[in-house]
Design a protein around this ligand. Structure first.
Ligand SMILES: Cc1cc2nc3c(=O)[nH]c(=O)nc-3n(C[C@H](O)[C@H](O)[C@H](O)COP(=O)(O)OP(=O)(O)OC[C@H]3O[C@@H](n4cnc5c(N)ncnc54)[C@H](O)[C@@H]3O)c2cc1C
Length: 94
């Protein structure tokens, strides 16, 4: 989980750094959101599993983390749309 978070963090930082430099890269930005949000879902899913049955009940914050992570793949650019943006760039089709 730590390794995945590190990879996602570095991708986000690179995309953000390029924006700060005035060299925004929409494809990399889409990759950063796709990877970071998917990582959040994977990591919280693993965490949910570790917590076992307790994760299901709202006495613990893990069920809220689960919902909070999943919605990241929907708003501000759904993951399917980000994949379309990335594929268009790689395949050279607009
Ligand atoms: C908590 C929350 C906060 C939000 N805040 C804001 C906000 O502040 N401002 C704002 O403007 N909006 C906001 N939204 C709306 C959010 O941006 C939309 O939910 C998002 O754009 C997805 O639109 P939709 O829900 O209508 O899903 P749809 O567009 O109906 O998509 C449903 C599913 O189909 C997929 N899909 C859609 N089109 C395609 C396609 N062409 N190819 C392949 N797959 C496709 C999507 O990826 C998704 O998985 C918020 C949503 C939530 C849940």
């Amino acid at each position: 989980m730590a390794a995945k978070i590190e990879v996602a963090r570095n991708t986000v930082y690179k995309a953000a750094w390029l924006i700060d430099q005035g060299k925004a890269n929409p494809t990399l930005t889409a990759m950063a959101k796709l990877v970071a949000c998917h990582t959040a879902v994977e990591v919280v899913d693993e965490s949910f599993q570790i917590h076992g049955g307790y994760a299901y009940f709202n006495d613990y914050p893990i069920e809220r983390f689960y919902r909070a992570a999943k919605v990241l793949e929907l708003y501000e650019g759904a993951k399917e749309v980000e994949k379309i943006v990335i594929a268009r760039e790689i395949l050279g089709k607009y």
